[in-house]
Design a protein around this ligand. Structure first.
Ligand code: ZN
Length: 263
């Protein structure tokens, strides 16, 4: 029997049959991995507890004919404890996006590193984080993933005239996943989203800055919301069968959790 060893982040776990669990993992060296732990006897309770979603672990997986079998799991060093429901909401949303976009057999260590970076930031989330800030972090990490996979937007020049766009406002063209400059706007008939210069700067910052720096951003809520709207449109250029649920679920989870109990 052949084995693979890897450092992984747990994206999701699912119960299958009474005692078995299926794990969806992203490995530093092997990329997306599916592995089944058969029965409580096979994986000790201690090992299983080290494989909760969004934890990091060192695993050994036995390659099987029907499915791969999780043989050993040891908690990794990169683990961080989350304190806020917003942290679980963002991690869950990003896990959903990863599972929809990534395919087994294609490894990219940068995606594993992105998860390490994200987990470090989510551990710093305070309980009272606002939905819009949590969505901004989700937008930033989603844009970084889309850029790594080649689905990111092209913002260097106007998609109509090819000129570098000006320092003032521009327009995002969802159909082209690119920009239209102020001069070209009257001659373009497709739907456009107006993007003030500050929103464009914020957008480019989210794509290129570390998540630590993203957490330090102070910006007006309407600018952040413009960037979130653009990110939702940009996601439509990735091969997704439906919109990533994070743009809805993060706000719902945080708002419901923070709502005072009245009865
Ligand atoms: Zn133009």
């Amino acid at each position: 029997m052949s084995y693979i060893r890897d450092q992984v982040v747990v994206l999701k776990k699912m119960s299958i049959r009474e005692w078995d669990r299926q794990y969806f993992l992203y490995g530093k060296e092997h990329g997306l991995l599916y592995a089944v732990a058969r029965g409580a006897m096979k994986l000790s309770a201690k090992q299983a507890s080290q494989l909760e979603p969004f934890t990091f672990a060192d695993v050994m997986i036995a390659k099987g004919r029907a499915y791969d079998h999780l043989a050993v799991a040891v908690r990794g060093k990169a683990n961080k404890r989350f304190n806020a429901v917003g942290a679980y909401a963002v991690a869950g949303a990003f896990s959903d996006l990863c599972l929809k976009l990534l395919k087994p057999g294609v490894a990219d260590e940068r995606i594993y590193r992105l998860w390490e970076e994200l987990a470090g930031i989510l551990a710093q989330f305070k309980v009272e984080i606002s939905p819009v800030r949590a969505q901004m972090v989700f937008s930033a990490v989603s844009l970084r993933l889309l850029d790594l996979l080649g689905y990111g937007p092209y913002f260097r020049a106007c998609a109509h005239c090819g000129q570098v766009t000006g320092p003032t406002e521009v327009y995002y063209a969802p159909d082209r996943n690119g920009l239209i400059c102020v001069d070209c706007r009257p001659s373009v008939t497709e739907a456009l989203i107006r993007v003030p210069a500050h929103a464009m700067n914020l957008m480019q910052f989210l794509r290129s800055a570390s998540l630590t720096d993203v957490m330090r951003v102070t910006a007006q809520v309407d600018l952040i919301e413009t960037v979130i709207v653009m990110t939702r449109e940009i996601c439509k250029h990735a091969p997704l069968d439906r919109e990533p649920h994070g743009f809805r679920s993060i706000a719902e989870l945080i708002t419901n959790h923070q709502a005072p109990i009245t009865n």
